[in-house]
Ligand binder design. Structure first.
Ligand SMILES: [Zn+2]
Length: 133
């Protein structure tokens, strides 16, 4: 367990944030309709662990289906640095691991990844095929 504070940003730099994440505790990829198209690679943390340093006003939101997740993207460059979700257990943020700015490629490549079958609403198990996610 290694909770670290990472800095992150969207592509154009309008949105900058800090996130307290334990990447070794696990990251995840999902095959649901939006994660699949956006190639979203996430680390879920309590909302209190995310601090937007700049660009909150540049964040546009997108909701669909149950509207339970607030998908946020930079209105300038379109990159989604994180999304916010309210669950029974509390408020959480799904940080886009690819938006963290100070992580070596070799470290990223070695991170544990849990696959989720969100397409069939089974986030607790992996889909049959995962290599394309
Ligand atoms: Zn941007």
């Amino acid at each position: 367990m290694a909770l670290r504070t990472y800095t992150g940003s969207c592509h154009c730099g309008a949105v900058r944030f800090e996130a307290e994440v334990d990447l070794e505790a696990g990251t995840s990829r999902c095959n649901c309709s939006i994660c699949f198209k956006g190639r979203f690679w996430k680390a879920v943390i309590p909302a209190s662990g995310l601090h937007v340093l700049q660009g909150e006003a540049e964040l546009a939101s997108y909701r669909f289906s149950s509207h339970s997740v607030c998908h946020l993207f930079c209105r300038r460059c379109g990159i989604k640095p994180f999304g916010r979700v309210r669950l029974q257990a509390g408020d959480f943020v799904a940080v886009n691991v690819a938006c963290l700015d100070d992580v070596d490629d070799a470290v990223l490549a070695a991170l544990p990844v849990q696959f989720e079958d969100g397409r069939h609403e089974h986030w607790d198990r992996a889909p049959d095929v995962t290599t394309h996610l």
